[in-house]
Design a protein around this ligand. Sequence first.
Ligand code: NAD
Length: 248
Amino acid sequence: MTDTTTTAQTTTAKTGRTVLVTGGNRGIGYAIAEQFVAQGHRVAVTSRSGEGPSGTLTVRAEMTDAASIDAAFTEVEAALGPVEVVVANAGITRDTLLMRMSDDDFTSVIDTNLTGAFRVVKRASKGMLKARFGRIVLVSSVVGLLGSAGQVNYAASKSGLIGLARSVTRELGARGITANVVAPGFIETDMTAELPEAQQAAYKASIPAARFASATEVAKVITWISGDDAGYISGAVIPVDGGLGMGH
Ligand code: NAD
Protein backbone atom coordinates (compact mmCIF):
# COMPACT_ATOMS: atom_id res chain seq x y z
CA MET A 1 0.00 0.00 0.00
CA THR A 2 1.35 3.43 -0.85
CA ASP A 3 1.02 6.18 1.71
CA THR A 4 1.06 9.37 -0.35
CA THR A 5 1.28 11.67 2.69
CA THR A 6 4.42 9.96 3.92
CA THR A 7 5.95 10.01 0.44
CA ALA A 8 5.31 13.75 0.08
CA GLN A 9 6.78 14.50 3.50
CA THR A 10 9.89 12.41 2.88
CA THR A 11 10.53 14.32 -0.36
CA THR A 12 10.32 17.65 1.49
CA ALA A 13 12.69 16.43 4.17
CA LYS A 14 15.44 15.82 1.60
CA THR A 15 15.66 19.57 0.98
CA GLY A 16 16.16 20.19 4.69
CA ARG A 17 14.19 22.26 7.15
CA THR A 18 14.86 25.65 8.70
CA VAL A 19 15.75 25.07 12.35
CA LEU A 20 16.25 27.47 15.25
CA VAL A 21 17.91 26.31 18.48
CA THR A 22 17.95 28.68 21.44
CA GLY A 23 21.14 28.82 23.50
CA GLY A 24 23.09 27.06 20.75
CA ASN A 25 26.51 28.54 21.45
CA ARG A 26 27.51 25.94 24.04
CA GLY A 27 26.61 22.75 25.89
CA ILE A 28 23.61 20.72 24.80
CA GLY A 29 22.29 23.43 22.45
CA TYR A 30 25.61 23.43 20.55
CA ALA A 31 25.42 19.64 20.12
CA ILE A 32 21.79 19.90 18.95
CA ALA A 33 22.74 22.49 16.32
CA GLU A 34 25.67 20.33 15.17
CA GLN A 35 23.36 17.33 14.66
CA PHE A 36 20.86 19.33 12.61
CA VAL A 37 23.71 20.66 10.42
CA ALA A 38 25.05 17.11 9.98
CA GLN A 39 21.61 16.05 8.75
CA GLY A 40 21.57 18.74 6.07
CA HIS A 41 19.20 21.29 7.59
CA ARG A 42 19.48 25.10 7.55
CA VAL A 43 20.30 25.90 11.15
CA ALA A 44 20.30 29.09 13.21
CA VAL A 45 21.12 29.42 16.89
CA THR A 46 20.41 32.14 19.38
CA SER A 47 23.24 33.21 21.60
CA ARG A 48 23.90 35.96 24.13
CA SER A 49 27.63 35.69 23.47
CA GLY A 50 29.74 33.42 21.29
CA GLU A 51 28.83 31.59 18.12
CA GLY A 52 27.03 28.39 17.18
CA PRO A 53 28.85 25.51 15.50
CA SER A 54 30.27 25.71 11.99
CA GLY A 55 27.58 25.95 9.35
CA THR A 56 25.04 27.74 11.55
CA LEU A 57 23.77 31.31 11.56
CA THR A 58 24.13 32.93 15.00
CA VAL A 59 21.60 35.56 16.06
CA ARG A 60 21.40 37.43 19.36
CA ALA A 61 18.38 36.86 21.60
CA GLU A 62 17.47 37.30 25.23
CA MET A 63 14.86 34.80 26.44
CA THR A 64 13.36 37.22 28.95
CA ASP A 65 12.60 39.78 26.23
CA ALA A 66 9.86 39.07 23.65
CA ALA A 67 11.02 41.90 21.36
CA SER A 68 14.53 40.46 21.15
CA ILE A 69 13.11 36.99 20.36
CA ASP A 70 10.90 38.52 17.67
CA ALA A 71 13.91 40.30 16.13
CA ALA A 72 15.92 37.07 16.15
CA PHE A 73 13.15 35.17 14.33
CA THR A 74 12.81 37.98 11.78
CA GLU A 75 16.55 37.82 11.09
CA VAL A 76 16.49 34.02 10.70
CA GLU A 77 13.43 34.13 8.43
CA ALA A 78 15.12 36.71 6.18
CA ALA A 79 18.29 34.63 5.88
CA LEU A 80 17.01 31.03 5.92
CA GLY A 81 13.23 31.14 5.39
CA PRO A 82 10.37 30.48 7.82
CA VAL A 83 11.34 28.53 10.95
CA GLU A 84 9.91 25.02 10.69
CA VAL A 85 11.63 23.42 13.67
CA VAL A 86 12.26 25.21 16.94
CA VAL A 87 14.15 23.83 19.93
CA ALA A 88 13.70 25.82 23.14
CA ASN A 89 16.92 24.80 24.86
CA ALA A 90 18.15 27.94 26.64
CA GLY A 91 17.93 27.58 30.39
CA ILE A 92 19.47 28.49 33.72
CA THR A 93 19.65 27.18 37.27
CA ARG A 94 19.75 29.22 40.45
CA ASP A 95 19.88 26.50 43.09
CA THR A 96 19.25 27.00 46.77
CA LEU A 97 17.02 25.45 49.41
CA LEU A 98 13.40 26.60 49.62
CA MET A 99 13.87 28.52 52.86
CA ARG A 100 16.71 30.53 51.32
CA MET A 101 15.15 30.98 47.86
CA SER A 102 14.27 34.60 47.13
CA ASP A 103 11.38 35.67 44.94
CA ASP A 104 13.97 36.78 42.41
CA ASP A 105 15.69 33.35 42.46
CA PHE A 106 12.32 31.81 41.66
CA THR A 107 10.93 34.26 39.12
CA SER A 108 14.17 34.71 37.16
CA VAL A 109 14.43 30.95 36.54
CA ILE A 110 10.75 30.75 35.57
CA ASP A 111 11.10 33.82 33.35
CA THR A 112 14.03 32.31 31.43
CA ASN A 113 13.13 28.62 31.32
CA LEU A 114 9.33 28.61 31.15
CA THR A 115 8.14 32.06 30.05
CA GLY A 116 11.14 32.18 27.67
CA ALA A 117 9.96 28.94 26.04
CA PHE A 118 6.43 30.36 25.84
CA ARG A 119 7.76 33.47 24.05
CA VAL A 120 9.72 31.35 21.60
CA VAL A 121 6.84 28.96 20.89
CA LYS A 122 4.35 31.79 20.43
CA ARG A 123 6.60 33.56 17.93
CA ALA A 124 7.43 30.30 16.11
CA SER A 125 3.78 29.28 15.83
CA LYS A 126 2.98 32.23 13.52
CA GLY A 127 5.02 30.84 10.62
CA MET A 128 4.20 27.21 11.46
CA LEU A 129 0.45 27.89 11.27
CA LYS A 130 0.91 29.51 7.88
CA ALA A 131 2.99 26.58 6.62
CA ARG A 132 0.73 24.01 8.29
CA PHE A 133 3.90 22.31 9.47
CA GLY A 134 5.97 22.64 12.60
CA ARG A 135 8.10 20.80 15.12
CA ILE A 136 8.40 22.29 18.59
CA VAL A 137 10.79 20.69 21.08
CA LEU A 138 11.12 21.92 24.65
CA VAL A 139 14.21 20.88 26.59
CA SER A 140 13.10 19.97 30.09
CA SER A 141 14.91 17.81 32.66
CA VAL A 142 14.39 14.61 34.64
CA VAL A 143 14.25 16.99 37.61
CA GLY A 144 10.93 18.33 36.31
CA LEU A 145 9.48 14.85 36.87
CA LEU A 146 11.32 13.72 40.01
CA GLY A 147 11.80 17.01 41.84
CA SER A 148 15.14 17.92 43.33
CA ALA A 149 16.17 19.36 46.68
CA GLY A 150 17.55 22.84 46.12
CA GLN A 151 15.83 23.23 42.77
CA VAL A 152 12.25 24.24 43.54
CA ASN A 153 12.48 27.01 40.93
CA TYR A 154 14.21 24.93 38.24
CA ALA A 155 12.00 21.83 38.71
CA ALA A 156 8.84 23.98 38.57
CA SER A 157 10.04 25.62 35.34
CA LYS A 158 10.89 22.26 33.77
CA SER A 159 7.61 20.54 34.68
CA GLY A 160 5.73 23.61 33.44
CA LEU A 161 7.11 22.88 29.97
CA ILE A 162 5.07 19.67 29.91
CA GLY A 163 1.77 21.52 30.38
CA LEU A 164 2.92 24.01 27.76
CA ALA A 165 3.72 21.36 25.14
CA ARG A 166 0.54 19.40 25.80
CA SER A 167 -1.68 22.47 25.54
CA VAL A 168 0.07 23.55 22.33
CA THR A 169 -0.52 20.03 21.02
CA ARG A 170 -4.24 20.41 21.69
CA GLU A 171 -4.37 23.88 20.09
CA LEU A 172 -2.19 23.29 17.04
CA GLY A 173 -2.13 19.53 16.55
CA ALA A 174 -4.58 19.60 13.68
CA ARG A 175 -2.32 21.97 11.70
CA GLY A 176 0.60 19.60 11.22
CA ILE A 177 2.42 20.98 14.25
CA THR A 178 3.83 18.76 17.00
CA ALA A 179 5.09 19.86 20.41
CA ASN A 180 7.19 17.50 22.49
CA VAL A 181 9.32 17.61 25.60
CA VAL A 182 12.75 16.01 25.88
CA ALA A 183 13.83 15.41 29.46
CA PRO A 184 17.57 14.78 29.83
CA GLY A 185 19.09 13.28 32.97
CA PHE A 186 22.77 13.80 33.81
CA ILE A 187 24.67 14.99 30.79
CA GLU A 188 28.46 15.28 30.37
CA THR A 189 28.92 19.03 30.36
CA ASP A 190 31.46 21.40 31.93
CA MET A 191 29.16 21.49 34.94
CA THR A 192 29.10 17.73 35.58
CA ALA A 193 32.86 17.41 34.80
CA GLU A 194 33.62 19.79 37.67
CA LEU A 195 31.76 17.68 40.26
CA PRO A 196 34.04 15.84 42.74
CA GLU A 197 34.81 12.22 41.76
CA ALA A 198 32.88 10.81 44.74
CA GLN A 199 29.79 12.82 43.88
CA GLN A 200 29.98 11.73 40.23
CA ALA A 201 30.23 8.09 41.39
CA ALA A 202 27.21 8.53 43.69
CA TYR A 203 25.12 9.99 40.87
CA LYS A 204 26.17 7.21 38.51
CA ALA A 205 25.18 4.59 41.10
CA SER A 206 21.62 5.96 41.01
CA ILE A 207 21.35 5.76 37.20
CA PRO A 208 20.39 2.34 35.79
CA ALA A 209 22.69 2.97 32.79
CA ALA A 210 25.51 3.66 35.32
CA ARG A 211 26.90 6.55 33.28
CA PHE A 212 26.15 10.10 32.21
CA ALA A 213 24.97 10.77 28.64
CA SER A 214 26.86 12.78 26.07
CA ALA A 215 25.22 15.93 24.76
CA THR A 216 25.21 14.27 21.34
CA GLU A 217 22.98 11.46 22.63
CA VAL A 218 20.41 14.09 23.66
CA ALA A 219 20.84 15.91 20.35
CA LYS A 220 20.16 12.77 18.30
CA VAL A 221 16.85 12.18 20.08
CA ILE A 222 15.89 15.80 19.41
CA THR A 223 16.67 15.61 15.69
CA TRP A 224 14.64 12.40 15.51
CA ILE A 225 11.58 13.81 17.30
CA SER A 226 11.83 16.88 15.02
CA GLY A 227 11.99 14.78 11.88
CA ASP A 228 9.32 14.24 9.28
CA ASP A 229 9.00 10.61 10.37
CA ALA A 230 7.90 11.65 13.90
CA GLY A 231 4.79 13.52 12.73
CA TYR A 232 2.38 11.44 14.81
CA ILE A 233 4.18 11.96 18.14
CA SER A 234 3.00 15.01 20.04
CA GLY A 235 2.60 15.98 23.68
CA ALA A 236 5.13 13.30 24.58
CA VAL A 237 7.78 13.50 27.26
CA ILE A 238 10.84 11.66 26.03
CA PRO A 239 13.37 10.83 28.74
CA VAL A 240 17.05 10.70 27.82
CA ASP A 241 18.20 9.77 31.28
CA GLY A 242 19.55 6.20 31.30
CA GLY A 243 16.43 5.07 33.20
CA LEU A 244 16.81 7.52 36.10
CA GLY A 245 13.24 8.84 35.94
CA MET A 246 11.48 5.60 34.98
CA GLY A 247 7.78 5.59 35.64
CA HIS A 248 7.49 9.34 36.12
P1 NAD B 1 24.51 25.77 29.37
O1 NAD B 1 24.52 26.64 30.58
O2 NAD B 1 25.82 25.22 28.88
O3 NAD B 1 23.82 26.54 28.16
C1 NAD B 1 22.63 27.25 28.35
C2 NAD B 1 22.39 28.15 27.16
O4 NAD B 1 21.20 28.93 27.44
C3 NAD B 1 23.52 29.16 26.92
O5 NAD B 1 23.68 29.35 25.54
C4 NAD B 1 22.98 30.42 27.56
O6 NAD B 1 23.51 31.63 27.01
C5 NAD B 1 21.50 30.29 27.22
N1 NAD B 1 20.69 31.15 28.08
C6 NAD B 1 20.54 31.09 29.42
N2 NAD B 1 19.76 32.09 29.86
C7 NAD B 1 19.40 32.81 28.76
C8 NAD B 1 18.61 33.97 28.54
N3 NAD B 1 18.02 34.62 29.56
N4 NAD B 1 18.49 34.43 27.28
C9 NAD B 1 19.09 33.82 26.25
N5 NAD B 1 19.84 32.71 26.38
C10 NAD B 1 20.00 32.22 27.62
O7 NAD B 1 23.45 24.63 29.71
P2 NAD B 1 23.32 23.11 29.18
O8 NAD B 1 23.85 22.22 30.24
O9 NAD B 1 23.81 22.97 27.79
O10 NAD B 1 21.71 22.96 29.22
C11 NAD B 1 20.89 23.21 28.10
C12 NAD B 1 19.45 22.88 28.48
O11 NAD B 1 19.37 21.53 28.91
C13 NAD B 1 18.92 23.73 29.63
O12 NAD B 1 17.57 24.04 29.39
C14 NAD B 1 19.07 22.80 30.83
O13 NAD B 1 18.13 23.12 31.84
C15 NAD B 1 18.78 21.47 30.20
N6 NAD B 1 19.35 20.31 30.92
C16 NAD B 1 20.70 20.21 31.14
C17 NAD B 1 21.19 19.09 31.81
C18 NAD B 1 22.67 18.91 32.08
O14 NAD B 1 23.06 17.91 32.70
N7 NAD B 1 23.54 19.80 31.61
C19 NAD B 1 20.31 18.11 32.27
C20 NAD B 1 18.95 18.25 32.01
C21 NAD B 1 18.48 19.36 31.33
